[in-house]
Write a protein that binds this ligand. Structure first.
Ligand code: DGT
Ligand code: CA
Ligand code: CA
Ligand code: ZN
Length: 587
């Protein structure tokens, strides 16, 4: 057991003792020991092995020395288990929340049965916390806020969440005094499915106003750093924002640098060096004298030598003999070579799409009627959509058996008469049952324009069995599209474990298309998988899986991922006009 782990155990003992309102001197003894040992550079296990007397270390008495020996020798501490049986260990996290502390945490536990942050979140929501004496409305609000942060802080934010937080902030910054340009770089600009933080670049001759604007933005909960040209703040929901003010002539170079990705930047800097340049966030520079040709080590931060370019991204790429590379492609997945050889893809755009091939209505678990969906889709300029309400297998979604499906067609017909501007394909999202068979009669499926097959159960079958299940469904002649192929949910559920290549190969052979599901919580197939599908020549559709008219807007997230997968309009079936689409669906 390493020192850091030993220190953590002693800290936890101190926390649990505090929760039990133990003697403060005893608590302090553990804290002091933890601090001393955390500064210790020799591994304690070595000291123990050589039989050293640990009590020679400051703040380490007999009891503490015995604990360390026990931890080193057994990997465990009985005292910790004992304490853990008296008070839940997960309460330590609750105690650390702002506004709480050992006393309040202990009361939450004893009086409301709160054992963890999750429990507390539920209690706050149920409104039971405000009822405890000493826990006013203010504490409750503070807790509610602390918990959103706590939960959000744990992972990366979904792109859609980052978008929601970024848009109003960007709007504010854009109108701050003297701001000439403002843009979000980083993974956000590359449209990764999740982002770690926001990297904002600003051009403003004087930076005070924009700095003030950021630190006084109402959603800022913490200012970590506020310098002249750099600031770091944390938003209420836990998202970190880094802002940098850069000189106008460096804007393009800075945008490249902070957009990343890091591996893309490294390749680009190498290319610059090969051509006798030096590239940094300040610009592209050329050594002034032959003698001072760069040795490859970092140069003066502002960039020394003759300034070659830096104002725009395009100019920097051009000076390196490259066309501009779309941010979504900057992941070091071959874009540099493709750019040099003039064979970059023309990434798909929202305007290339002519229809949306998966959506639900109130006939199953959707929240909008068929007519509402159709009207909203037509307003987006689509030429066609497919109504794909669920099949009955999952009771909760109110899916349609063959009989109700035929009733739905009557309504579709009526709506179609009122909306000649758009064609409504009769579809269904048919469940792939655990044995790989389909949850609809062959007769009904034969009459459908579009059968979208999908897994919504038993995500954890053994990989070989899962693969067999899906292959069997793909081989059913009625199936046109495999929807959300891995069934993952971002930050919630990993994708199913199966042989993706086997499934893509089979889809190719059978002429079944795979879906890139655009719901921001799904994005399934993910970028790298969709890229693989494209390589294997598999047809792809991008669909929103909308359950409400407003979900139709999710399409842009599907497009973001498609671009990251290098998809071009020609790779995606729903860029085709209706007649061509129907020809290209499996016959
Ligand atoms: P994230 O925030 O984890 O979603 O991912 P990024 O890509 O936004 O990464 P972040 O925020 O750490 O840095 C933003 C960009 O700045 C990154 O994509 C590339 C650039 N960058 C950051 N650190 C380095 C570095 O050490 N070397 C190079 N070449 N670039 C860096
Ligand atoms: Ca970032
Ligand atoms: Ca950052
Ligand atoms: Zn589904």
């Amino acid at each position: 057991m390493e020192n850091a782990r030993i220190v953590a155990v002693l800290e936890e003992v101190a926390d649990l003792l505090q929760l039990q309102e133990a003697n403060p001197f005893r608590v302090r003894a553990y804290r002091n020991a933890a601090r001393v040992l955390s500064e210790e550079t020799t591994p304690l296990r070595k000291r123990v092995a050589s039989g050293e007397d640990l009590t020679k270390l400051p703040s380490i008495g007999r009891e503490m020395a015995a604990h360390v020996e026990e931890l080193v020798e057994t990997g465990e501490l009985r005292l910790l288990d004992e304490l853990g049986s008296e008070v839940p260990r997960s309460l330590v996290e609750v105690m650390a929340l702002p506004g709480l502390g050992p006393k309040k945490a202990a009361r939450l536990w004893k009086e409301l049965g709160v054992e963890s942050v999750e429990d507390l979140a539920a209690a706050v929501q149920a409104g039971t916390v405000a009822g405890l004496s000493g826990f006013g409305r203010k504490t409750e609000l503070q807790l509610a806020r602390a918990m959103t942060q706590h939960q959000r802080h744990r992972g990366r934010f979904k792109l859609v969440e980052a978008d929601r937080m970024a848009a109003p902030l960007l709007e504010q910054l854009a109108v701050a005094d003297g701001v000439r340009r403002v843009e979000i770089a980083g993974s956000f600009r590359r449209r990764r499915e999740t982002v770690g933080d926001l990297d904002i670049l600003v051009v403003a001759p004087r930076s005070e106003a924009v700095m003030d604007c950021l630190v006084s933005y109402p959603e800022v909960s913490e200012v970590r750093l506020a310098g002249d040209t750099r600031a770091t703040v944390i938003l209420e929901k836990g998202l970190q924002v880094d802002l940098r003010v850069v000189p106008a002539r460096s804007y393009g170079a800075a945008l490249i640098y902070f957009t990343g990705s890091k591996p893309h930047n490294i390749k680009l800097r190498q290319r610059a060096l090969e051509r006798g340049f030096h590239l940094s966030e300040y610009g592209l520079f050329e050594p002034e004298e032959e003698a001072s040709v760069s040795t490859g080590e970092e140069r003066d931060a502002q960039g020394s030598g003759r300034f070659v370019s830096g104002m725009t991204e395009k100019a920097v790429y051009r000076a390196l003999g490259l066309p501009w590379i779309a941010p979504e492609l900057r992941e070091d997945r071959g874009e540099m070579a493709a750019a040099a050889e003039k064979r970059l893809p023309r990434p798909i755009e929202l305007a290339d799409l002519r229809g949306d091939l998966q959506m639900h209505s109130t006939w199953s678990d959707g929240k909008s009627s068929i007519e509402e969906m159709v009207t909203a889709a037509a307003a987006r300029g689509y030429e066609y959509i497919a109504m794909t309400d669920h099949s009955p297998y999952l009771g909760v979604v109110g899916g349609l058996d063959a009989k109700r499906l035929r009733l739905q067609w009557q309504e579709i017909e009526a709506v179609e008469e009122r909306h000649p501007e758009i064609r409504i394909l009769r579809g269904q999202e048919v469940d792939i049952l655990p044995d790989g068979s389909l949850d609809q009669t062959d007769d009904a499926m034969a009459e459908l324009d579009l059968v979208v097959a999908a897994v919504h159960s038993q995500y954890d079958l053994a990989p070989a069995e899962q693969t067999r299940r899906i292959l069997k469904a793909l081989r059913h002649p009625a199936v046109h599209v495999l929807a959300h192929p891995t069934a993952r949910k971002i930050n919630q559920r990993p994708g199913m474990d199966f042989d993706l290549d086997a499934i893509l190969d089979c889809a190719f052979e059978e002429g079944v298309a795979v879906e890139l599901n655009a719901l921001p919580s799904r994005l399934d197939l993910r970028d790298t998988h969709a890229m693989r599908a494209r390589e294997l020549g598999v047809k792809i559709v991008i669909s929103t899986d909308a359950h409400h008219v407003r979900d139709l807007d999710a399409m842009r997230y599907g497009i973001d991922q498609a671009r990251r997968a290098w998809l071009e309009p020609g790779d995606v079936l729903n860029t085709l006009p209706l007649s061509k689409l129907l020809e290209n669906l499996r016959q």
